[in-house]
Design a protein around this ligand. Structure first.
Ligand code: ADP
Ligand code: MG
Length: 608
């Protein structure tokens, strides 16, 4: 019997390798950018079409390749960067595995144009699915252009697996940032369809950061500098008062290579301890230089993880260096750590004259009174309160169907029975739960989730019906965003306007807002927009219906009364009334239960 083992044909092996190297368009961008850097380019231009699904093109003015190399570079394990295994420990290049181009050529239509400076003619080569279709001499500029078209054309499963353009583009921009930050002396340009997303002139690190993340960043940076025998640290952290709720800019580079390390991240976070709140994330751009012999970068195929010989020492030094910088630049003492925004009065109260607290006593309350036992679902009292709605604009929503949820108990029925007596107190427990007696027990409502539900339905109605109430700002609010973030906002501009935003200027990196939705506090607008950007880049389907939903959801989440805020009796009953006027009061927009019923049988059981 003959053996059953066969060698895989090259193109199959390449396709398998491609699975490791190329997960998505952004992986291609990363590999091509790194090759351009390794080729000592001074200027690199990236052209993307349809988030890389149609075209990824990287042009550099680097060393170029001769005819032989132009063909050879698509072979697996073809690299000019290492010759022996020893070279692995003194790497000065990004690439070294000789896998990227072979992998990319296995799963896309690739075109290469390249010329070395001293050569008169360059090479033009076309390769599809690892098969060379043509190779000709050509008149091309010095350097190299690699065009990758129709990525995953021969692996439909992978192609179908790609996310929306917004998400894929976000990944591409992330990779672009990483390479551009590591090489401020190189000029970079990134174009997507007709948008000129970044045009970064050669400069130094601080300017590069500012060019990428906007001019406001400059005053937020605190330099970090430390040099010891085993480690050199340089770069910047973002001042604690500008820490973001969403994970902001967090970059580690080791020997100029972007890496991820939750361990080192923890070191940074601990240096910020007590300077930022638990729900905030520090921003940093940190460059570590170590002896290449003391690290192993080869433990992950896409090379973003790293192993240090002495991880603990690196951690301690990093933490100390940041603490030192924050102290030296007098960051720490000016901060008011204790201030909790939750304790600020909500906007609605800021404009009101304070009222003396009153104690309300229900004189008719009799704990021993028996309630007539009835069967059927719990019944809520329907109050005819004369309370002016605290949450202006929150009339009960219109009649259009918004969402269908399966729910129990049926909220309609809670209102149907009018027999339940009037004048019951709604209590607030731990400034978080509202407790109200109902027909056969009690209902416990989470105030934050309840308000989210109320706001969500109202906002969704505003967006879909396209009517909203704005509050004019006395002074327009100017906010800075990076270009890609602005592009995201531009996409949802209309919907934002339907919620009540009025934009007086929509620049490339700056936004002027002259009106905001009635329910939003001005101080929360920036957070709100950042949350929205984060949510959208984290991936939502592109239909406008889902976008509306997302928008309404994140606005509701950001605007809702927090847990921990005291509500007076009018506010409590108002919230409860509004909640049960909702189409779907049982769950919050994210699907969590808004209230729980505790019926008298549950209570009885507790006393057995
Ligand atoms: P690696 O970068 O790991 O060596 P690649 O598959 O990315 O492997 O590239 C293979 C080889 O092709 C490189 O080692 C380099 O010699 C050559 N090469 C790739 N891109 C370029 C470029 N933009 N300019 C010059 N040479 C390049
Ligand atoms: Mg490479």
């Amino acid at each position: 019997m003959t053996g059953i083992i066969q060698l895989l044909p090259d193109h199959v092996a390449n396709q398998i390798a491609a699975g490791e190297v190329v997960q998505r368009p952004a992986s291609v961008v990363k590999e091509l950018l790194e090759n351009a850097i390794d080729a000592k380019a001074a200027r690199i231009t990236v052209v993307i079409r349809d988030a890389g699904k149609t075209l990824i093109q990287v042009t550099d003015d680097g060393l170029g390749m001769d005819v032989t190399d132009a063909r050879l570079c698509f072979e697996r394990h073809a690299t000019s960067k290492i010759k022996t295994a020893d070279d692995l420990f003194s790497l000065h290049t990004k690439g070294f595995r000789g896998e990227a181009l072979a992998s990319i050529a296995a799963i896309a239509h690739v075109e290469l144009k390249t010329r070395q400076e001293e050569a008169d003619l360059g090479t033009h080569l076309i390769i599809e699915g690892s098969e060379v279709k043509s190779q000709e001499p050509a008149v091309v500029p010095k350097g190299t252009t690699v065009s990758v078209k129709n990525l995953f054309y021969n692996i439909p499963a992978r192609r179908n697996f790609l996310k929306s353009d917004a998400v894929e583009m976000r990944h591409i921009i992330d990779e672009f940032h990483r390479v551009a930050l590591a090489h401020p002396d190189v000029g970079f340009q990134l174009l997507h369809n007709s948008d000129d997303l970044f045009n970064l002139p050669p400069t130094h690190l601080r300017q590069r950061i500012v060019h990428i993340f906007g001019s406001k960043t400059d005053e937020r940076l605190v330099p970090v500098e430390e040099e010891t025998e085993i480690l050199k640290i340089s770069g910047f952290v973002i001042k604690p008062e500008f820490a973001k709720k969403s994970r902001g800019e967090q970059f580690f580079f080791v020997n100029n290579r972007f890496i991820r390390s939750s361990y080192l991240h923890h070191g940074v976070v601990s240096a910020f301890e007590a300077l930022i709140r638990n729900d905030q994330h520090p921003g940093y751009f940190l460059f570590l230089e170590v002896d290449p012999h003391s690290i192993d970068i080869n433990i992950h195929p896409t090379k973003t993880e790293i192993k240090f010989d002495d991880e603990h020492a690196v951690y301690t030094l990093l933490r100390a260096a940041i603490k030192h910088s924050l102290g030296q630049f007098n960051i720490a003492p000016v901060l008011d750590f204790e201030r909790d925004k939750n304790l600020d009065p909500p906007y609605e109260f800021q404009t009101r004259t304070p009222r003396m607290p009153t104690i309300e006593v229900d004189r008719d309350f009799n704990p021993f009174r028996e309630e007539s036992q009835k069967t059927g679902p719990p019944v809520f009292q329907k109050k005819q309160t004369s309370w002016e709605s605290l949450y202006t604009g929150l009339k009960s929503p219109g009649s259009e169907a918004i969402h269908e949820f399966e729910s129990s108990p049926d909220p309609e029925k809670i209102f149907e029975d009018q027999e339940f007596e009037e004048k019951q107190l709604t209590l607030q427990i731990q400034n978080k739960y509202l407790v109200s007696p109902v027909k056969n027990g009690m209902v416990v409502v989470n105030q934050n989730l309840a308000h989210q539900r109320v706001l969500y339905e109202e906002l969704l109605k505003n967006i879909t019906v396209k009517e909203a109430v704005s509050q004019q700002l006395l002074f327009p609010l100017k906010l800075d965003f990076s270009r890609p973030d602005m592009a995201i906002l531009e996409n949802i501009k209309e919907q934002l306007e339907f919620t009540g935003f009025i934009f007086s200027n929509f620049g490339q990196e700056q936004l002027s807002i002259s009106g905001i939705p009635v329910l939003v506090q001005e101080s929360r607008v920036e957070d709100l927009l950042n949350e929205m950007i984060a949510a959208i880049s984290a991936g939502i389907p592109e239909s406008s219906f889902s976008q509306n939903d997302l928008l309404a959801r994140s606005m509701a989440r950001s605007m809702a009364i927090r847990n921990g805020v005291f509500l007076n009796s009018g506010e409590r009953s108002n919230l409860i009334d509004q909640l049960f006027a909702c189409k779907e009061p049982t769950v919050c927009p994210a699907g969590k239960p808004v209230f729980k019923m505790i019926n008298s049988e549950d209570l009885d059981r507790k006393f057995m």
